[in-house]
Ligand binder design. Sequence first.
Ligand code: RUQ
Ligand code: CUA
Length: 652
Amino acid sequence: MKKPRFAWTLTAVAALAVGTVVVMQSCAPSAGSADMGAIARARGLSDADVVAALKTYQPSGARDEYLTFASGGQSGQVLVIGVPSMRLLKMIAAFTPEPWQGFGYGSEEHKTLLAAGRMAGRDIGWGDSHHPALSETDGDYDGQFLFINDKANPRLAVIDLRDFETKQIVANPNMGTNHGGAFVTPNTEYVIEPSQYSVPLWKDYAEMDRYAEDYRGVVTFWKFDRQKGRLDAAASFSLELPPYWHDLSDAGKGPSFGWAFLNSFNTEMATGGVEQGKPPFEAGASQNDMDYMHVINWQKAAQVATQAGKTRMARGMKVIPMETAVAEGLLYLIPEPKSPHGSDVTPDGRFIVVSGKLDPHVTVYSWEKIKAAIDGKQFTDNDRYGIPILDFASVINGQLEVGLGPLHTQFDDKGNGYTSIFLDTRVTKWRLDPLEVLDQVDVQYNVGHLVAAEGDTKSPDGKYLIAMNKWALDRFNDVGPLLPQNFQLIDISGDKMQVLYDMPIGVGEPHYAQMIKADKLKPFQTYPQIGYDPGTMGPAKNAVLPGKERIERRGNEVHVYMTAVRSHFNPEHIRVRQGDKVTIHITSVEQAHDATHGFAIAKYNINLSLEPGEAQTVSFVADTPGVFPYYCTEFCSALHLEMTGYLLVEPQ
Ligand code: RUQ
Ligand code: CUA
């Protein structure tokens, strides 16, 4: 009789888990066998390695418990990664044209979408994405939408998690760059986008010696229309801020609901000029011992923004000027240690954790004390723009030394914080109340952000943490001088943290990520009906049903109504004259899960991805005469190579 495999496996696992790699003599037949102990020894795996493998390995067909949405850095995309397996599931095209998803290769939907992201009169072909934010309901991820910023070209993108596709890009005309967003308020009322490097706000140009007078920071609260799945520029508002450089933000929750917390650095207002013998920015912007956390009452600001005379328009956007913000009690400053980076509100909303890049502590501010100081008008001073400053010592709950170069903090379900320590290249686990360091684990190397399972919501899960390391050095095979980044999965379920897995990220430089319980996501398997428009998430105006395929000429415009199904396009010949404007409406009439077709026209820079039911329109001027095959770019069936046709462009 065959040995029951299940029992064998359990015995072996038990033996391994107690800390000894045992060679299971009794069931170790020959070399290269399924003997786990022998395999572990042959591969030089320690007990801890084997345990880590058991905690991360997913057998074929098994699904991950969490999905992590990570920024794709300079790729301008979003990475979707399964946890604990750390398998890369998808790269969502967000700011950068992406051919597999047919994003930006001819479709009218993407032309309109990307055109909204034009800046300075230019098409922008990339993004520097840093911070993804999942939509929230009552302070918890709801699995419906994802927002992400583009730091280089101050923009935000909105991704619908029904089809994991980008639906909107908005450009912010009043910023030089952004950084501290995207972060959402607890019901996704607003998406927060703060600027980073200040530029002139009320005029288009000002010399650097007019920095203090004319340069300004800005924070924009983009109103999110959940029904439409779009940011609504007309209902959004901004606040004018001093020309400090603004960094990460977070929204209050629970008792601090209605408020937002925004770090800043370069409160020195250094203007650089190393080439003229002046101190470089790195020195000039880090002289002060304290910078300022900005405390913003967004709920009240939203009301003020609707009142006559309380806002000014700047480049078409509503801005609350600083004087109004001060007069209305919308904006306060609190000193924070030297060059802070992360600002993270605790799950219960009672504390705000700030880490200073040049200070070895986390500083824990008490919302209760901040609110009391604001209500009691206990200010020590104003900054030069008249913004009231609260007394540092009286609003903090405490400080805790966590290591050199603390950056960002995430939380678990047991009242602990996890802070990334860049210079010491480790993660520090610490208790919030009373403040105490509990554990530290080395990571490889130079951790930037970290992300825990639902770790910035009101109810974190604990379990897993990913250290998002900037340097990889000796971790992977050499691939030239540009190295991947290293995402390290860490088990945080026990008292001691354990690094489980190294995942190289060979694209862009990811910054932040968010990790959501996979069962909160309810994506479409196929589009809900044949002839569906992902742009509007509804029936497509130009859907083509089987039997209705045709070609119509109207003057020099040619309209092609086409269907795609395994394994042909209909029509298979498109004959036009040089100079004609050609519009192809194409519908995939597939309903089978995963039956995707592509549609590419040779030499015309056109490629669409048509998922089951999807309708797309592509328009172009047939300016080059000749014969151009079009074909399906997805290997959809055995006769996929036959899924083709000819575009004949007759010379003038
Ligand atoms: S950044 S490594 Cu969020 Cu852009 Cu901190
Ligand atoms: Cu359709 Cu290949």
